[in-house]
Design a protein around this ligand. Structure first.
Ligand code: CAA
Length: 258
């Protein structure tokens, strides 16, 4: 059985980390399989939104694989970190909105994987944390950077320095999760949300994602200029013309992604 599964339902792809016996811990095989899955989904014109999840209800992903990392020296650890960074960034760079559907433990490299998605939907019983200091380590898959952007510097350091886990409700309160659902319902609710996104003009969704993601790292002046350019681009698309015409003609828009 593959360590990463991909299923496509309508216009929604669901990518599942599938090592439930190890709480879906991330090793090199998982990184390679995720890389392949993201590339295949990206290249599939049928797909217009992505969901990322973990197999089973006990864990989304309980971190990088500690048993595999135990044999690493400094250089192997640096290369493993770089590999994770490169693969996780594929979701950020994607034309698709990616949503992480989190049930159970979402720890260390698992929390970092979820944060690399565009947002996180969580179960009320989920548990988030960056427990690397318990192992004498620090986050290595982008946690120090992405967590700061989600929850602010002080809360990010508090989570990394104490290794304390926060439940779904607290994750929602601090901005780590976007939405909370009943245990067992997160995946279905997230797939429904992804289907809603897939029903919109896909070029517009991709353009909004591009501008918002780039804008977060730009000074406001350059971000505003980038938005103006991107706004103009939408008017040269068939979807932009169709969406406005449909509103004026009081009918449902038929978007083609062109
Ligand atoms: N790596 C490897 N195996 C893991 C794992 C991990 N991160 N997390 C869980 N497992 C394995 C356990 O070893 C166990 O397997 P065996 O039965 O073969 O020993 C199986 O999954 C079930 O786990 P537990 O028996 O420990 O389950 P539990 O309910 O008692 O505890 C838990 C659950 C609290 C999540 C606990 O498993 C745990 O603390 N896991 C490690 C969490 C962690 O430290 N994550 C950070 C890893 S470092 C990292 O991610 C670095 C980075 O940023 C790149």
């Amino acid at each position: 059985m593959s360590v990463v599964l991909t299923s496509i339902e309508g216009a929604v792809a669901t990518v599942t980390v599938n090592r439930p016996e190890a709480l879906n811990a991330i090793n090199t095989d998982v990184l390679n399989a995720l890389e392949q899955a993201f590339a295949e989904v990206e290249a599939n014109p049928q797909v217009r939104a992505g969901v990322l999840t973990g197999a089973g209800t006990k864990a989304f992903v309980a971190g990088a694989d500690i048993k595999a990392m135990q044999a690493f020296g400094a250089e192997e650890a640096r290369a493993f970190s770089a590999h994770g960074h490169r693969v996780f960034a594929l979701m950020e760079q994607s034309r698709l909105v990616w949503i992480a559907a989190v049930e159970g433990f979402c720890l260390g490299g698992g929390c970092e994987l979820a944060m690399a998605a565009d947002w996180i939907n969580a179960s009320a019983k989920s548990k988030f944390g960056q427990p690397e200091v318990n192992l004498g380590l620090i986050p290595g898959f982008g946690g120090t950077i992405r967590l700061v952007r989600r929850v602010g510097q002080a809360k990010a350091l508090e989570l990394c320095a104490t290794a304390e886990m926060v439940r779904g409700e607290e994750a929602l309160r601090i901005g780590l999760a976007n939405a909370l659902y009943e245990p067992g319902e997160v995946l279905v609710k997230t797939q429904e949300q992804a289907a809603l996104i897939a029903s919109k003009g896909s070029l517009a969704v991709a353009n909004a994602k591009r501008v918002i993601r780039a804008g977060a790292d730009l000074p406001a002046e350059r971000g505003n200029a980038f938005e103006q350019q991107a706004f103009g681009i939408q008017f040269g698309t068939a979807d932009g013309q169709e969406g406005m015409a449909a509103f004026v003609e009081k009918r449902r828009a038929g978007f083609t992604g062109k």
